[in-house]
Write a protein that binds this ligand. Structure first.
Ligand code: NAD
Ligand code: DAU
Length: 343
């Protein structure tokens, strides 16, 4: 692993991964390849561009553009592709699935073709959502995939393509399936940054349904470390779950945010539920633990640390919320019925 192509590296997890890899490995070079959709932002990497100028490069492009991916790989001598690029918000996939399918299905196929042609190592970033919602117990990597939203179906398709390229062509692949990440630079459409920034603005927090859905909120840098471990020590052709191994109800996440900010429960607005809302995810992470990885944060610590980052970094989120995000927010929440208010 000498030169990484980090696809989707201008987004939330990809930018954290790029920074941490450059900090950890003094000889590593990273090329971020990103389309810069609404979620991809060069601000996420501005410190990286300054601190690692000689070992970092940025290319703007679509992962479905094979000629540009090939040219980038050749020009920079890439030996490993890590693919974070995707449309990632479940609610947007319900409004408009098109880009989800294009990027995760066709785009991942394109990257796999380039990996096959050039003999590159390939790592796919996947999600616990491919298992569907879990009524009891915890998902293990060999469980059948049962995605229930256009987003998770597009991610499951990418996983299947990745594994097929290992079996059919011997492309050296691995996959990680991560639980909900929180931390710096997460676009404020996702629940934790949305609720923190709404609370800072004394706006309502729109909790879907009864707020008893279960999620494993893990700290993004723990996830990044896990990806690094799998890149170095993972077995080719294998899948690894990544999470804290514990999940909490959404309402507990809301309480942590409100308590940390000293804001009232009356900001909680119970609103009409998400269509097809997955009730619970739960990951068994024993396979990854056997490689020597352990998360450094609990869900509660991860959420609290994230609250602090958004409090200290208004420069980052305020322009987003005052820009195009307003139109999206109106479309997503404007006509959603309010079913109750927190007390
Ligand atoms: P994000 O939305 O913050 O970033 C996605 C990035 O991909 C953006 O920079 C965007 O510009 C880029 N992108 C989108 N389409 C592209 C295309 N066609 N070509 C090139 N670049 C493109 O997402 P994130 O939260 O950082 O998630 C990164 C990856 O991790 C995704 O694959 C997601 O499915 C997966 N994942 C996310 C979570 C989570 O909680 N956020 C959990 C598990 C897995
Ligand atoms: O589980 C991993 C997945 O986590 C990733 O694959 C996805 O890319 C990422 O977006 C995330 O998906 P979720 O749907 O779980 O995350 P989101 O932040 O959208 O919602 C988390 C929970 O909060 C979920 O139960 C829905 C609820 N929610 C969300 C929003 C945006 C609300 O109650 N109100 C909201 O306004």
């Amino acid at each position: 692993m000498k030169t990484l192509l980090v696809c989707g590296g201008a987004g939330f997890i990809g930018s954290n991964f790029t920074r941490t890899m450059l900090q950890t490995y003094p000889d590593l070079r990273v090329v971020v390849y990103d389309k810069l959709t609404y979620a991809g932002r060069l601000e996420n990497l501005q410190d990286v561009a300054a601190d690692f100028a000689g070992r970092y490069a940025f290319v703007r492009g679509d992962i479905g553009d094979r000629a540009l991916v090939e040219a980038t790989v050749a020009e920079h001598g890439v030996d490993t592709i890590v693919n974070f690029a995707a449309e990632t918000h479940v609610d947007r996939s319900i409004l408009d699935p098109d880009a989800f399918i294009r990027t995760s299905c066709f785009g991942t196929y394109t990257l796999l073709e380039v990996a096959r042609e050039r003999g590159l190592r390939f790592h796919q970033i996947s999600t616990d959502e491919v298992y569907g919602h879990i009524r009891a117990g915890a998902s293990v990597e060999t469980d059948p995939l049962a995605p229930r939203s256009p987003y998770s179906a597009s991610k499951a398709s990418a996983d299947l393509l990745t594994l097929a390229y290992f079996v059919t062509y011997g492309v050296p692949v691995t996959i990680t399936r991560g639980a909900n990440n929180v931390g710096p630079y997460q676009y404020p459409e996702k629940v934790v940054p949305l609720f923190v920034t709404n609370a800072l603005e004394d706006r309502p927090l729109p909790v879907y349904g009864d707020g008893q859905q279960m999620r494993d909120y893990q700290y993004v840098l723990d996830h990044c470390e896990a990806i690094d471990v799998v890149l170095r020590r993972g077995q080719l052709g294998e899948v690894y779950n990544v999470g804290t191994g514990q999940e909490i109800p959404n309402l507990e996440m809301v309480e942590i945010i409100l308590n940390r900010l000293g804001k009232p429960r009356s900001l909680i607005h119970f609103v009409e539920d998400r269509q097809g809302h997955d009730r619970r995810y739960s990951l068994n992470v024993d396979k990854l633990s056997a490689l020597g990885w352990t998360p450094r944060h609990t869900c509660q610590e991860a959420i609290a640390q994230t609250v602090d980052w958004y409090m200290a970094n208004e420069w980052w989120w305020r322009p987003i919320k005052e820009g195009d995000f307003r139109a999206y927010y109106e479309r997503q929440y404007g006509s959603r019925a309010v079913l109750g208010v927190g007390r």
